[in-house]
Design a protein around this ligand. Sequence first.
Ligand code: 1GP
Length: 250
Amino acid sequence: MGKVLNYLIEKLRDDGALHFSLIDPVDVVESSIEKIATAIEDSGSDAIMVGGSTLSMQKWLDTLILGLKKCTTLPVILFPGNPAMLSPHADAVWFMSLLNSANPFFISEAQALAAPLVKKLGIEPIPLAYIVLRSSSSVGFVGHVRDFPEHKPELVAMYALAAQYMGFKFVYLEAGSGAEKPVSTEMIRKVKKFLEIPLIVGGGIKSPKVAYEIVKAGADCIVTGTILEEKLSILPSIVKAIKKAGREKK
Ligand code: 1GP
């Protein structure tokens, strides 16, 4: 097992739930890297994800990751929206397939294009099944997402279970960055009922109360991105709520 995957699995066993801080390279400037990295580390967050749906300059991606690593010992995991979003300075990459895309590019072709470079750069790949719940989000639009029928969480659960059977290590249920409503607790409960591998949930989570309820409903890991730009001061209380719910679940 790779080093970062091992860290995530062990930390999840110890804490009952994890928090990941997502940084979109297009939303940060060099002068803010230290402040953001220090705030993330101080909050008790468990890892930093770097990525997004749009392209950024390769050089900037490297600068950002090196800057983060100067200020924190947390693992930096790439969250690539396209095969160009790779950096040798990252500790790992979510090697992700957008399972409910209508376009094979996002399911297996982008992955094939990126695989040789991942190997060459020596970045640890962590297999991740990505399920995007709203086609109206940026990632939904870019990734040619097929919406699930409303009020049919069992269909989402089917995809999640298939991901487990296909050997993915994590399933990520995505409501979309900045979503008005996060993934519903009903949906999380339904999916988690079938799933044995860890479930990541993200999109629109902005308060400790919502984060707590999502973990209690069955999420193992929570991703927050927008609050890093809009309300960094709330991050410690969100992480605290996740850890509290995690302890109660154990
Ligand atoms: C997006 O789920 C993540 O991929 C984070 O969403 O920016 O709404 O926290 P937010």
